[in-house]
Design a protein around this ligand. Structure first.
Ligand code: ASP
Length: 332
């Protein structure tokens, strides 16, 4: 199994100006995939195996998310995720094609690949979202195997947490190269453009560690944690999902791009709105946006420093970049 820190790139660029030159961004076939956080490097590589062979953006983001769900072992995504306050590991995921088709699952338990269940919801049902027990029943009916996912390490972390049962939502700072990982949240959000210019995106997460049983975050909510439109581009989010849900945030980023803003400008404006609406809360929460437009330009912005994102195309497969942010200090 692969640990996220294996993907830390010592020479990764600090990308203050996050929009890449368009000519370079296009590459020879124009395909590109971008993902949140350092584990996005591994997810991008799985997606690139699809894109570089001429595969679709939709297949690529599903492959990338599947990699994170089963091959990455970290406390915030997939099988190694931390559970809720009742010790239950529940997973949220979504997938969206640039043509407007989408599917998602929330509070799904005991199924290894929620992103693939989300795709089945999109392709095999008239619905967009299935939750909880119904989502699991659907998954089993579609041929997914039920399996216990909670790892001994996650169970131990939960039992340790129960000693104080203090619920805080930590802000990730200085993630790179850090020996431990104190984060209690972080989502894989991916956006891809394929050689034909079609876009797609996917999100997968175990959500906030120690959340209330039944809590659903932004990641499976189309328009909050993910939104993609072939006419414009796509956006995805990580951080405290309640903020993205309050603001239909990924949809907002895409709509700002539609109005002419670059991906970086759109992400920055979406973050600025959060700050204007909840200035005090914004100092204690992390929210991060990542966007990719239909030309392959990428941009990001976060409330707090520490957000990194991975970019992969024909010229680079392991490029990890720092996002700009509003606040520079750990807890402002
Ligand atoms: N957005 C996720 C949630 O609220 C967690 C994260 O990405 O940090 O469930």
């Amino acid at each position: 199994m692969t640990d996220r820190r294996q993907f830390l790139q010592a020479g990764a660029l600090a990308a203050g100006a996050l929009a890449l030159p368009r000519a370079r961004a296009q590459g020879s076939n124009g395909a590109r995939v971008v993902s949140t956080w350092d584990f996005g490097v591994g997810a991008n590589q799985a997606a690139w195996a699809v894109l570089s062979g001429g595969g679709s953006a939709l297949d690529a983001v599903e492959a990338g998310a599947r990699w994170a769900e089963s091959e990455l072992c970290n406390p915030t995504v997939g099988r190694c995720g931390n559970p809720d306050r009742d010790g239950v590991l529940s997973l949220d995921a979504s997938i969206m094609d640039g043509d407007g088709r989408c599917g998602s699952v929330a509070a799904l338990t005991d199924i290894l690949h929620p992103v693939s269940v989300a795709r089945k919801v999109m392709e095999n049902t008239p619905h967009v979202m299935l939750v909880g027990e119904g989502a699991q029943q659907f998954a089993v009916a579609q041929g997914f195997e039920r399996q216990r996912l909670l790892t001994p390490a996650a169970e131990k972390a939960w039992r340790d947490w129960l000693k104080t049962a203090q619920y805080t939502r930590e802000i990730n700072v200085e993630r790179r190269g850090r020996p431990g990982d104190s984060s209690n949240h972080d989502t894989l959000g991916m956006l891809a453009i394929d050689a034909t210019g079609r876009l797609a995106g996917a999100c997968t997460t175990s959500g906030m560690a120690w959340k209330l049983h039944g809590r659903v975050g932004d990641s499976p909510i189309i328009g909050a944690g993910l939104y993609v439109d072939n006419e414009v581009g796509g956006a995805t989010a990580s951080g405290v999902g309640e903020e993205m849900m309050r603001n239909a945030a990924s949809f907002l980023v895409v709509e700002l791009m539609r109005q002419g803003r670059s991906p970086a400008e759109a992400c920055r404006e979406a973050i600025a709105r959060l700050v204007r609406k909840r200035p005090e809360a914004s100092k204690t929460l992390q929210v991060c946006f990542l966007a990719l437009d239909k030309h392959g330009q990428v941009g990001a912005y976060a409330l707090h420093r520490g957000f990194v994102f991975a970019v992969c195309d024909k010229d680079r497969q392991d490029d990890l970049r720092d996002s700009a942010s509003v606040y520079r200090s750990e807890q402002t």
